[in-house]
Write a protein that binds this ligand. Structure first.
Ligand code: PLP
Length: 350
């Protein structure tokens, strides 16, 4: 039985055309700056998003880490969401490796950080406090698209207080495709509009874009020069990395618009899960469906659910809430199978 793997959009396999692009990629030693495929990808993404320069990274975690290290000094502080990847999911790297203190803020229901909370947590210039230096946002965040008006206001607020602004845009193109769908525009333009509110943006190619590995950090030439030093120190100086960059470049050219398919499948799934007692399904804006299990069902029954789904060939995770992620290796039949397995479990138990 082939698996319907909804654990994450990181599980995608490179398509035959992507593999062909990797095979054909001209290569060089990127530590010498000699890899034309790496250079091509960095330039293409930076140009698309309106930045001076880009830097290819092995992972999104390293990309965010190098961004934080490049924006902040020891004893500085960044404002960040309580559930943001750059705070919660990166092993505390900024604090451990950079002596940068996070100031986590609670999220609003739409994923945003309240402007009043941001402002109230910018510390005065006083020896008692860490120096508040950076606002780090995430888009999409928990699958939600931060509204452009919000990005504009948050960015303006940060600028007013002299803070730099970093976007963890691991799923920037999911946000862009969703916004383009609503406004009828072009996804690349939408991505550029989002990125325009930030000093630096990190984009993952190994998520819904479907590449096996890689992220790109974008920013000013000066910022990327600093990040380049940190990347080397973090062990991210790779050699013939063009074979990976070629996959990412292929994704940038051929697999952005198709993210809309993933969003449609997520909606199909959320609709198919309606009406099950004990479940609250959050309507997706992009490719992630969160499902909350009522408190009185949590425990054995919730654990039983994941095992049941697995027995039906459907893989799902749930650290805080059940999470179903759609991607290019899932199709409508797979989503139907997931819906059927969920409905089976809840009808048997009721
Ligand atoms: C996946 C992800 C990252 C980076 O993760 P890596 O596994 O290190 O590539 C960063 N931010 C967000 C929001 C992510 O989802």
């Amino acid at each position: 039985m082939n698996l319907v793997d909804l654990r994450s959009d990181t599980v995608t396999q490179p398509t035959p055309a992507m593999r062909a692009a990797m095979l054909a990629a001209p290569l060089g030693d990127d530590v010498y700056g000699d890899d034309p495929s790496v250079n091509g990808l960095q330039e293409a993404l930076a140009a698309a998003l309106g930045f001076e320069a880009g830097l290819f990274m092995p992972t999104g975690t390293q990309s965010n880490l190098c961004a934080l290290l490049s924006h902040c000094q020891r004893g500085d502080e960044y404002l960040v969401g309580q559930f943001a990847h750059t705070y919660r999911w990166e092993g505390g790297g900024a604090a451990v490796l950079g002596s940068i203190q996070p100031q986590p803020l609670n999220h609003q229901a739409d994923g945003s950080l309240l402007l009043a909370d941001i402002e109230a947590n910018i510390k005065p210039d006083d020896a008692h406090f860490a120096r508040t230096r950076l606002l780090a946002l995430e888009n999409t965040t928990g699958g939600k698209v931060l509204p452009l008006a919000y990005l504009s206001a948050a960015s303006e607020l940060a600028r007013k207080h002299g803070l730099a602004r970093h976007l963890d845009g691991a799923r920037l193109f999911n946000a862009a495709v969703a916004q383009a769908e609503h406004s009828g525009g072009d996804a690349m333009q939408a991505a550029r509009r989002i990125a325009g509110h930030f000093d630096s943006v990190s984009v993952c190619f190994s998520k819904g874009l479907g590449a096996p590995v890689g992220s790109v950090l974008c920013g000013s030439r000066d910022f990327i020069q600093r990040a380049h030093r940190w990347r080397k120190m973090a062990g991210g100086g790779m050699r013939q990395a063009g074979i990976l960059a070629a996959a990412a470049h292929y994704a940038l050219e051929h697999q952005v618009e198709r993210l809309a398919d993933d969003h449609a499948l997520a909606m199909q799934l959320a609709q198919g899960l309606q009406g099950l007692e004990g479940l609250t399904v959050e309507m997706p804006q992009t490719n992630i469906v969160f499902v909350d299990i009522d408190a009185d069902l949590v425990g054995d029954r919730a654990r039983g659910l994941l095992a049941h789904l697995k027995s039906r060939g459907v893989l799902v995770t749930g650290l805080y809430r059940l999470r179903f992620v759609t991607h290019l290796d899932v199709d409508a039949n797979g989503i139907d199978r997931a819906i059927a397995a969920m409905r089976e479990y809840f009808s048997i138990q009721d």
